[in-house]
Design a protein. Structure first.
Length: 588
């Protein structure tokens, strides 16, 4: 964390191109000296990140204590087993069923005791998605699933898909799993091919819950971790603490570019300080390696929470001092106490420090930097076009980008190339230049997410990924099934096209045949409204079973395809259904 990125912090400002008129005038006046065309870089991995990824790629079953085994490296999230003669309790399930089954096979080499319970440390899919491996269909309802209070909030959030494109970029889902793409997730092995499941929790822990399994005492307690539904598990006799994503041996991802509402630093600090009141000998995180030894755990938790405290407090201080996001991040990183900056357990391997600092700033003070000019700033595209006019020609910008790249100022080179692409999306030479700049930065990156973000965008620039063909508003039907249908109908407003529906007033009536529930959706001049019950008058009425509705609401099945496939009934006609459905994204 103490070593600055070789391309400088300015890369984080690729979008929205916020350089000022003075800089543009200076650029326009620069002499047109020679510069070399940017060459395609040779694929490679930063040596430190390669070593880190190799160390976290091997699947291994680690015996933590007499009854606790941690399956590490089978998936990006750790799967922990509390093994007793009476049965096995699973703490977190990993994110993919196939990978969870591999971890189950490993624990079966140790014990053939039945699975008697599952604990979700929190609602993220990399901790819940493997649940089918441990609770097959014929055991559902018989094996308890424990979750913390507030779990429904994250389920509700998941019912309204957001940020899926950001997840594609961040985790490297669209990249080859080799030296040209993803070589590790930064929190474990590279992501797999998917296959995530979900089962609704059956036992909700409001505060604490004490259990005993095969003579092993278990203490479950709720507290903010990565989300506000966090559960931790303490084994007092073996002094083992399972913390999920409340703490892990890398830079705290307390606020990220992808953004999630449930990450709250103030409350997370309370959980971390609560851990410090326990005599922990072994701390099992949701990702990466186990930390063992009382002194090691004590020092780790202290430094981890101190870094969270530092980022939270200094972000607020920056807002109060009228620094902008970039200034705040730069100052926070420059002034980071050396013992935290040099702690290998807090290293940047997943997110970059300045990203987290900027998001902490945003949470503390919002998008506005305090500069009143921000309140009247013109849109980024208009600003880019005016900047080009000021500079005089696209050729000058291209040459300036090439010179910046030659000098090692890669972030600035990327900004200039982005301006060329944004102002002329058909400029193939500009897109190739941007792709090569991004690849050069990515191959030297020491964090997984910087590598993933940039390599994905490079493929987009080269036309090898078509973002318009990717599903951006789909949701896992298994997540949706845990939500009431009222939430799913209300969520359809996020798919409504306000332009096509600007002059439209339509009423849809919907019947879920399984439950007999009636719902009304009103499209009213660019806005949607949900009402419970059957509308007295409707332009279209639809009857369907819940399984079909989950596919439709999750973006996996179009209304008209469902009608043509005889999965739904619509009256008075197919045309009436089409007139209603065509105003929603993905239905055209």
């Amino acid at each position: 964390m103490s070593n600055p990125s070789p391309w400088g912090r300015q890369f984080a400002r690729v979008v929205p191109f916020p350089f000022g008129p003075l800089l543009c005038v200076l650029l326009a006046s620069m002499p047109m000296v020679g510069s070399a065309e940017i060459a395609a870089p040779t694929a490679h991995v930063h040596p430190a990140f390669a070593a880190y990824s190799d160390a976290n790629d091997d699947a291994r079953l680690v015996q933590v204590s007499p009854h606790v085994y941690a399956a590490i490296g089978y998936d990006i999230g750790n799967i922990v087993f509390i093994v007793t003669d009476e049965g096995i309790l699973v703490f977190d399930t990993g994110g993919e069923v196939a990978r969870a089954k591999a971890a189950l096979a490993a624990i079966r080499e140790v014990s053939d005791a039945p699975i008697v319970g599952v604990v979700y440390s929190h609602g993220h899919g990399d901790h819940t998605g493997g649940v089918d491996a441990f609770i097959p269909e014929d055991k559902r309802g018989q094996i308890p699933i424990y979750a913390g209070k507030n779990y429904k909030r994250y389920l509700r959030e998941s019912a309204v898909p957001r940020g899926l494109m950001r997840a594609y970029y961040q985790m490297g889902y669209l990249l080859p799993k080799d030296i040209t793409g993803s070589v590790g997730s930064g929190i474990g092995p590279a992501v797999g091919s998917g296959g995530a499941a979900y089962l609704t929790p059956t036992n909700i822990v409001e505060d604490t819950l004490d259990l005993e399994l095969g003579g092993v005492k278990l203490h479950l307690f709720w507290g903010f971790t990565d989300l506000d539904d966090g559960l931790s598990l303490w084994l007092p006799d073996e002094k083992v603490m399972m913390v999920g994503d409340a703490a892990y041996p890398m830079l705290p991802a307390i606020a990220t570019p992808r953004f999630e509402f449930g990450r709250q630093s103030w409350e997370a600090l309370e959980t971390l300080d609560h851990y410090r009141s326990f005599p922990i000998e072994h701390m099992v995180p949701g990702h990466l390696r186990v930390i063992s030894g009382r002194e090691n755990v004590t020092n780790f938790l202290r430094n981890f929470r101190d870094l969270v405290q530092y980022m939270q407090d200094q972000a607020i201080r920056a807002v109060n001092r009228r620094l902008d996001h970039d200034e705040a991040a730069q100052e926070m990183e420059a002034n980071l106490p050396p013992h935290l900056a040099n702690d290998p357990n807090l290293a940047e391997r997943y997110h970059e420090f300045h990203w987290i600092a900027k998001q902490m700033y945003t949470k503390a003070g919002g998008w506005w930097s305090g500069d009143v000019v921000d309140l009247v700033r013109i849109p980024p595209m208009e600003r880019a076009e005016k900047t080009l006019d000021l500079i005089g020609s696209r050729r000058k910008v291209q040459k300036a980008a090439e010179r910046a790249f030659e000098k090692g100022d890669r972030g600035w080179a990327a900004e200039l190339a982005r301006m060329l692409v944004d102002t002329d999306p058909d400029d193939e030479k500009a897109k190739q230049m941007l792709a090569r700049i991004l690849r050069t930065i990515a191959y030297d990156a020491n964090t997984s997410n910087l590598r993933h973000y940039l390599l994905t965008e490079a493929l987009v620039m080269e036309g090898k990924i078509d973002l318009d063909r990717l599903p951006v508003d789909v949701a896992n039907p298994r997540f949706l099934a845990a939500n009431p249908d009222s939430i799913l109908f209300r969520a359809q407003g996020t798919r409504l096209d306000p332009v096509s529906s600007a002059a439209v007033e339509l009423t849809g009536g919907f019947t879920i045949k399984d439950s007999g529930e009636e719902h009304t959706l009103l499209i009213r001049r660019g806005v949607i409204e949900w009402k419970s019950g059957r509308p007295e008058k409707a332009d279209v009425r639809v009857q369907m079973d819940r399984a079909t509705w989950l596919l439709i609401s999750g973006g996996h099945l179009r209304w008209l395809d469902a009608f043509d496939g005889k999965k739904i009934d619509a009256s008075p006609s197919r045309g009436a259904l089409e007139s209603f459905a065509r105003h929603f994204d993905g239905e055209g």
